[in-house]
Structure formats: C-alpha cells, structure tokens
Design a binder for this molecule. Structure first.
Ligand code: 8YV
Length: 321
C-alpha cells in the first residue's frame, strides 16, 4: 500500500471532515485547539506534504522554508491575505480557499451589525443590565433609520452583492464603489459612484473588500471626515481595512454615530480605545459562524486537499502566480 501523504490541520475541525481527510491523508490535527507559536507550527509542518490552515495562521516564507515537502496549503477561509502567495509560487506550493459557502452567512452578519449599531442595541442592553432603566423617555437611545436610507457598499464581490440584495427589503438606495463596475449592478439596483462620494452620501457604509497593501486603511481619518455625523460604519471584511484608532476617535468626538465591527487590526488583541468608544458593537470575527457555513468551509478546504491528493484540479484554487 502506498503511504498516505502527511497533512497537518492547525485547528479543531468537525468530525465528519476529519473522517473524510483521514481516508486520504495521514492526519495530525489540533483537535485540542492548542495555541501553537509560529515556531511550534514550523516544527509540526516540517515533514508534511499538505497543510490546512485558517485565516489567523500566517503562511510566510519562514514557514514554507521549514516545510520542504509541502505541496498544498488549503485555507478554511475565503480571504487569503495571511498567505504569502509569491513565496508559495516560488516553491511550487498550490493554494486553495473557500469562497461561496460563507457568502450568505457573512452578508447576514453585516446586516446584524448594521442593525445593532444603527439602533444602539449593545449600548442600550448594557444600560438595561446595569439597572439604569427607571423611566421611558421620548429621546432615549435614538438611532438611525434603515428603511429608505442610503447604503454604501465598498467592495462589490460575492458578499457585497449578497449585502446589496438584502437592502431591497429595506427599500434602500444602494451606492457602491469597487475596483471595477459590477456586471450585476442593474440586477442589484446599485449605483456605481466614486468612493468619496459614497462616503459623503451614505447613511450606512459596509466594508466588504479583501485586505491587501492597496486596501490598508481604506477608512482612515480623511475618509471618516467625509462621512455624515449620523452615519454607521460596518466592517465584516478584514482588520487593517479600517484605521481602528482613527475610528475610535471619530466615534468619541461624534464625527460618526455608530460602528459595527467583526474584524480588527491585530486580532485578537483589540485596540482598547475601541472598547471604550461610544456607539460601537463588537463581535469576535464570527461573520461566517453558522454551523452550515463553517461545515461548508471545512468541507471545501478538505475537498481542495483531496482533489490535490488525487491529482485533480482544486474545486476552489487561489491563483498564486
Ligand atoms: C473565517 C474569514 O471564519 O473566510 C474568511 O476570510 O474571515 C472567516 O470567514 C476565519 O477567518 C477563519 O479562517
């Protein structure tokens, strides 16, 4: 019998996915979900042909250098900014990701954060739990309208489109900005506008663009200054797209009204200023966290690995070159 290739899985994965992988690989999986340092990861991957990671694992030249047999990296995420594609290409390492299966859950999360932030859900719940609710008042916790408001979506890919589709039920005007015009803009009823115009006109801004050097701090001091003082900002894309310190200041100074964040610079160590900022709703990177979406992601990451092991094209390849 031919030896099965060695696969390292850096996180605990669903039993049904582990079972599928074990039929094709000799699997070492982190089922206890221990925290592995970069050094520990390098040691564990040193004799592996295949690696299953998530977005919080850095796959850089140092890791690849420590894994001379590595042929495939499969990430259980749609984003792949944690993987050095040039270094993978130089070493002939194939990369796969998990698009589509998380689109709807992540779009739902954008709306969850948007509604919670615009209507001050976290803030009013904290107040209630603190025993401060003694009297009802007309002007308590006034939020912003969603119905018939203007939504600005920055990044009109799969998830941006799913966010836009949901806006129809709220009879919103939808503006979007993107690297290029979206072929589905008529179907979505979305208007393509320059980013600065979007920021100035939108009542609510949702960020759905991938992270790269080019998108680093897409929203910083200058952009926050363009937004309405009543506006809500939602980031379900990647930390680093927003300058978190600038956002905390803008909320503190009332230059925008609210923010809903699922992703942060330097996760999971949040900028403490965000914790104290008014009008903010914070979640711990759970955009894709529904059972069906996460099982779908893990299965697709496994499908990429199995296809590679069987010499078939990956169902969801990332272009490395
Ligand atoms: C993941 C994500 O849950 O897919 C992505 O890019 O950010 C999330 O859906 C998370 O990053 C784990 O890999």
């Amino acid at each position: 019998m031919v030896a099965r290739p060695k696969l390292l899985v850096t996180r605990r994965i669903f039993p049904e996915v582990l079972e599928r992988l074990e039929a094709h690989f000799e699997v070492a999986s982190n089922q206890d979900d221990e925290e592995w340092s970069a050094e520990a990861l390098r040691a564990r991957v040193s004799d592996c042909e295949a690696l299953f990671v998530v977005a919080s694992d850095r796959v850089d030249a140092a890791l690849l250098g420590a894994a001379p047999k590595l042929r495939i990296v499969s990430t259980g995420s749609v984003g792949y900014n944690h993987i050095d594609l040039a270094a993978c290409s130089a070493r002939g390492v194939v990369v796969g990701n998990t698009p589509d299966v998380l689109t709807e859950a992540t779009a739902d999360m954008a709306w969850t954060l948007l509604m919670a932030a615009a209507r001050r859900v976290s803030e009013s719940e904290r107040w209630l739990r603190d025993g401060q609710w003694k009297r009802w008042a007309f002007d308590q916790f006034l939020g912003a309208d969603l119905f018939r408001s203007t939504l600005g979506i920055i990044g009109m890919g799969r998830i941006g489109s799913a966010v836009a589709r949901r806006a129809r039920g709220f009879e919103m005007t939808v503006l979007y900005s993107n690297r290029s015009r979206a072929a589905n803009e008529a179907e979505l009823g979305a208007q393509f506008v320059p980013r600065d115009e979007l920021l100035a006109r939108a009542d609510h801004v949702v960020l759905v663009l991938p992270y790269s050097q080019a998108t680093h701090h897409t929203i910083g001091e200058r952009e926050l200054a363009l937004m309405k003082p009543t506006a809500t900002l939602v980031n379900i894309a990647r930390g680093g797209i927003v300058d978190d310190a600038a956002l905390a200041r803008a909320l503190e100074e009332g230059r925008i009204a609210a923010a809903g964040l699922d992703v942060y610079e330097n996760e999971p160590a949040l900028n403490p200023a965000l914790l104290d900022a008014p009008g903010i709703v914070l979640t711990p990177h759970i955009g894709s966290a529904t059972r069906s979406s996460r099982v779908g992601m893990a299965m697709l990451a496994a499908d990429n690995l199995i296809a590679f092991a069987e010499g078939r094209p990956l169902p969801a390849p990332v272009r490395v070159g």
